[in-house]
Design a protein around this ligand. Sequence first.
Ligand code: HSE
Length: 315
Amino acid sequence: MGMKKVKVRVPATTANLGPGFDVLALALRLYNTVEMEVGSGKSKKKLQIDIVGEGKNNLPRDRRNIVYRAAKLVFDRFHFAPRTLYLKLINRIPLASGLGSSAAARIGGLVSANRLCGERLSREEILDLAAEIEGHADNVSAAMAGGLTVSCISSSKGRKGREIEILKLNAPENLSCVVCIPNFQIMTRRARKILPQTVKFEQAVFTSSRVAMLLAALIKRRYEFLRMAMEDKLHQPYRRRLVKGMEVVFKEALKAGALGVSLSGAGPSILAFTASSPRSCAERVGEAMRRAFARYKVESKYLVLGIDKQGTKIV
Ligand code: HSE
C-alpha cells in the first residue's frame, strides 16, 4: 500500500454557466480540504470523522458520509480494509447551494483514498467514478481539473456508456465571479426532477446557439457577448420556481454592471461575471443581488471569487 496519511484540497465549482447544462463548469477559489489517515493513533474507533465549517452540525459522521462513501469505493476495489480510518473535513463550500459541495466531497474522498492505495487509479478513472456517483459530469470535471471545463459523457464506450471526455480551457482572464448565496438549500435531485422530459426544437436551438457563443466569447475575451451568451431555455426557466426572485436578481445584477448572469449549477446560488478590476464593480453587483433577494424576503450573502486554475491538489 501507499502512504498512511494524505491531505487533499478541492475547489468549489459553478456548473452550467446558463446554457451549458451538464457540460460546462468553472472552478472557483473556495476550497474544501480532506485529511485522511489510516491506522492512525488519532482514532481508537474504526471510523472517526471530524468536520469543521459548513455542515459541522448536520453532516453525518459515520458510514453515510459521502466523503467516506467515495473513499470506500476505492478501498473496496483494491481489497483494502484499513483497521482504523480518520477523516478530517474542512468545509468552506456551502452545502446544497449550487457550488459543487457534493462534487468536492466525492472527489476529495476518491483522490485521498486513491493516494492511500498507491495511486492505482488514473485521473480519468477517478473522474468516471465521480461522475457515476454524482450523476452528472460537469462539477466533478471542473473540481478535478480546475479552470473552465467542457465535459461530455461518451455514448460509445463502456458497458454503462459512461466514460467522461473532458477538455480544459484556459481560464478566462480579468473576470471575477460574484456568487450570491441565499440562505436556503436545494437538493440537486429535486432540481433535476422538475425538468421536462422533452423540449421544443426552438428551445434547443436557442440554447445551443448560446452555449457556442459563450465559449467563443470566453475564448476571444469578447465579454460584451456574455449577457446574451448566458441565456438559457433548457433548465433555468423551470427552476425559477425553486428560487424566488431569480429573474429580478438577474436583472438587478446586470443593471449594476454584471457582464452576464446565471443560476449556479442547480441553484439556489446565482453567479454573475464582472470585470475583475476595479474590485468595487464586483461589490456593487453583489450588493445589488443581495438587495434584490431581500425584496423577496430571502436572506443572502455574496462572495467575490477568482477562478481556480489548479483543480484538485494533494497538499
Ligand atoms: N448540471 C447540474 C444540474 C449541476 O444543473 O443539475 C448541478 O450542480
